[in-house]
Ligand binder design. Structure first.
Ligand code: UFG
Length: 321
């Protein structure tokens, strides 16, 4: 079975490609390398440099694929509010082109990489799949728009799709098969890691006056290998037809201080930080219910305890010290 992974050279995509290859799938990776790295693509997979905006490439690849895992997109919520047009182009236009070409070649199976950002400010916790969708950043909107489009194509064209809504993805393959660091990371864990590795001198904590036990925000960190495994389960169930939107989180939370302390413990490095103003759009607490993922995919997170996330990440970053 041949699976096309768009964005398969990126941080999450390359981990999914590893899992697919380990499970014996034929894998074709399409990535324009704007964020990804060709050397992150497992040698068992075939790599093609290109964009989902390029209809000709899509038309060339489509006849040979049996299913698609679509990740190729930009993913920085903050940047999407400053420069929405690149998100319109990459996340919306690129995906619409992909869907269109899929449809014209009668290809119907797609796993879509979505995000907890589609929910916006949580109205209750843990967030489950019935929570209203009301994104508060443009990035979240682009993902929701594609979810909605896929819903229409399901009804109109018989598409089978599963949208996996990721919470806070982190960690690295435990066998150190992915070696590339994220370029200019915006997320907490790689930023703290850059401090531990001496790539940056210090970091900022965006607010410690939230209504949480230590005043910093609580998040649901999920190991990227667990995320990747969920995609395999989703592929196996893509034809079930009644499972569409699934949260991928653990149901557990950690504060910013928890993460800093765990990094200090595991790396034996002191993290320099200062506390600054709250970042716009940050909810105090965000975590997922994982019960639907368990029920619908038979999936539970097995690698996502914080120490394991930090250990697997440090084993890559420490080589840069
Ligand atoms: N944080 C800091 N300093 C930093 C970076 C982050 O204090 O330099 C804090 C944030 O304020 C937040 C926490 O660390 O409280 C986590 O922030 P991230 O930027 O790592 O992650 P977010 O929770 O903001 O968002 C991430 C993804 C989104 C996704 C969301 C789902 O970037 O795409 O998780 O939970 F939607």
């Amino acid at each position: 079975m041949k699976i096309l992974v768009t964005g398969g050279a990126g941080y999450i995509g390359s981990h999914i490609v590893l899992e697919l290859c380990d499970e014996g799938y034929d894998v074709l990776v399409l990535d324009d390398l704007s964020l990804g790295n060709e050397s992150s693509v497992d040698k068992r997979a075939e790599f093609i440099k290109g964009s989902t905006l390029d209809e000709q490439i899509l038309k060339k690849l489509m006849p040979e694929v049996d299913g698609i895992i679509h990740l190729a997109s930009f993913k920085s919520a903050g940047e999407s509010m400053i420069n929405p047009s690149v998100y319109t182009q990459n996340n919306i236009e690129g995906t619409l082109r992909l869907i269109d070409v899929m449809s014209s070649y009668n290809k119907k199976n797609i796993i879509f990489s979505s995000t907890a950002a589609v929910y916006g400010n949580p109205q209750y916790l843990p967030v489950d799949e019935n929570h209203q969708t009301n994104p508060i950043n443009y990035y979240g909107f682009t993902k929701l728009m594609i979810e909605n489009t896929l819903g229409w194509y399901k009804d109109l064209k018989g598409f089978n799709f599963i949208a996996l809504r990721y919470f806070n993805a982190a960690g690295y393959d435990k066998e150190n098969r992915i070696l590339n660091l994220e370029n200019k990371p915006q997320n907490l864990i790689p930023i703290i890691m850059e401090c531990a590795a001496g790539i940056r001198r210090s970091m900022q904590i965006f607010g410690d006056d939230y209504n949480t036990p230590d005043g910093t925000c609580l998040r649901d960190y999920i190991h990227v290998t667990d995320l990747a495994k969920a995609h395999i389960n989703a592929l196996r169930r893509i034809n079930d037809n009644n499972t569409i939107f699934i949260n991928l989180g653990t149901g557990f939370t950690h504060s910013v201080y928890d993460v800093i302390r765990t990094v200090e413990k595991i790396t034996s490095k002191k993290i320099n930080y200062s506390v600054t103003n709250r970042r716009e759009g940050d909810p105090a607490k965000l975590y997922s219910s994982s019960s639907f993922a368990k029920k619908s995919l038979g999936w539970v997170a097995k690698n996502s305890d914080l120490e394991n996330i930090i250990k697997t990440t440090w084993s890559i970053y420490k080589t840069r010290v």
